[in-house]
Design a protein around this ligand. Structure first.
Ligand SMILES: [Zn+2]
Length: 498
């Protein structure tokens, strides 16, 4: 990454206009004829400046050249980044309604969590230390059928959004049940999201089977498509071990008809690869390619077990891959060949997966573990450097989920999805290399300010769009109900034959 100075711009029309407004009389002839004892009416001069300036001791843009501005700033208006440059040049050119100071703060693009199941925050820690299929079939799926309803999804998604905003995530790709409820929460809290309606061939919290979940998912997509530019409703067929070929094709067709992407789990575990060979006579990726699944935009979570040829296919078909290192380590799914995929030109982003297999939504931890997992997996400390990981969590992730032209870097014309990371904590002292600290040191708690679409969602750690005290209260009460139901069930004598 190079540190560049910015070109200076001439004083703008906006600045001249604001100067003229400041010099204008401000009172109408009517006002001057008022009795002297009357107080003058409040002046309502129209503010001609922009909405927001965010400053930073460093501005890490993630643009094509990897530009980092020392003492930089971002000018934001109507949700869009208007300009990025040195603090001096931005302040000379623009006057902003809100000005967020940047002493000892690093400004960077918001993080992109490319794969999660947000409401599973409420199942955090309910079942740990198990293999994927045991964990899913014997704990998660039964618990979901028993406990997940609209209220669960609302509270769990709010809890997740609180954590994601707290940690500087500005965009996430969700896959869960009752997607209307998820979309309403996202609409209110101000994050950006692709929200997948889960399609799965079993009784789930919001559907009876694959056909029912696809019907309901289609309704969700048509209801929400185009209603809020921060929210993209998509389809989330679960996997090729929970749906058959016809069901997967039907979901692909529905997504293509609606013009929306799909998010799906692919090649996550060796179980899945073997299941695919046994059921379809092909590995997962071969199978999906054979049924034309990759001909439409696809966000593939995990991809731990692609072959060399399949890596080339993923690049050719422009499949977005989301690497979830914590989940892959915790469920012992394996080490995804991320460095090889990046080398082959596959679009790779990062995700946390759900909080039941992580157990948090901390993208800083994902960055760190993504780097370390490649290094130890290949016994090569250069396998995945910090700059490549930071790219996966920002611009690379945006490309993987189809939002490359909207977010992921700080450049004029893109949506203003911007965070400030405070470098006040002792663990940043000294600072030789900003990118190194962002990847190998920073935590959720170091994020001080979060802006999405030009709207400030958190400022100096204070949440402006959601009420953490209420969410904590509701989440704790709901978890207590789940706990007591589980305890009651465990107290009842088993009627099963063992
Ligand atoms: Zn998942």
């Amino acid at each position: 990454m190079s540190i560049e100075s910015v070109r200076t711009r001439p004083i703008s029309v906006v600045a001249l206009l604001s100067l003229l407004v400041a010099c204008s009389p401000g009172q109408s002839p009517d006002a001057s004829s008022q009795a002297e004892s009357d107080p003058p009416p409040p002046q309502e001069t129209e503010f001609d400046g922009i909405d927001l300036i965010v400053e930073g001791a460093y501005v890490v843009t993630m643009d094509d050249d990897g530009t980092i501005y020392e003492n930089g700033a971002i000018a934001i208006d109507a949700g869009i980044i208007v300009a990025v440059g040195t603090s001096f040049s931005i302040n000379a050119e623009y006057d902003a309604r809100v000005h967020i100071e940047g002493a000892n703060r690093v400004v960077m693009p918001g993080l992109i969590n490319g794969h999660t199941h947000a409401a599973m925050t409420l199942l955090r820690g309910i079942a740990d230390d198990l293999a994927l299929m045991d964990w899913l079939n014997n704990f998660i799926f039964p618990a979901e059928v028993e406990f997940v309803d609209e209220e669960f999804v609302r509270i769990g998604t709010e809890l997740a959004c609180w954590e994601m905003i707290r940690g500087g995530t500005t965009t996430f790709v969700d896959m869960y049940y009752f997607p209307d409820v998820i979309a309403s929460v996202v609409e209110d809290c101000g994050l950006r999201a692709l929200i997948s309606a889960t399609v799965i061939d079993q009784r789930s919290p919001d559907a009876e089977n694959a056909a029912d979940s696809l019907d309901k998912g289609s309704d969700f997509v048509s209801d929400w498509k185009g209603t809020n530019h921060r929210i993209t409703p998509i389809f989330g067929p679960h996997a090729n071990y929970s749906l058959n070929a016809e069901q997967l094709q039907a979901t692909r067709n529905a997504a293509d008809d609606s013009g929306v992407p799909i998010s799906i789990h692919i090649a996550e575990s060796q179980f899945e690869i073997q299941y695919s060979k046994d059921s379809f006579g092909q590995t997962s990726i071969e199978f999906f390619d054979t049924i034309g699944f990759f001909d439409g935009p696809t966000i593939a979570a995990h991809v731990v077990w692609p072959t060399q040829a399949e890596i080339g296919l993923l690049a050719e078909k422009q499949v977005g891959v989301i690497h979830n290192p914590t989940s892959n380590m915790k469920l012992a799914s394996g080490i995804s060949p991320v460095a090889e995929m990046l080398h082959a030109g596959v679009k790779v982003g990062l995700g946390t997966d759900g909080a039941a297999s992580n157990n948090d939504l901390d993208m800083w931890e994902e960055m760190r573990l993504a780097a370390f997992l490649q290094k130890v997996g290949q016994m090569d400390p250069q396998a995945l450097p910090a700059s490549a990981v930071l790219r996966m969590a920002t611009r690379g992730g945006a490309a993987a989920i189809g939002l490359a032209d909207r977010t992921g870097s700080l450049e004029a014309g893109k949506a203003a999805d911007v965070i400030q990371v405070s470098f006040d904590d002792v663990h940043f002292v000294p600072t030789f290399d900003v990118v190194s600290h962002l990847v190998y040191v920073a935590d959720e708690q170091d994020v001080s300010t979060v802006v999405v679409d030009g709207r400030v969602l958190m400022r100096d750690g204070e949440f402006l769009t959601l009420d953490p005290a209420r969410i904590r209260r509701e989440a704790t009460a709901l978890a207590a109900r789940i706990q007591s139901a589980l305890e009651q069930r465990n107290r009842q004598p088993s009627t099963d034959d063992d």
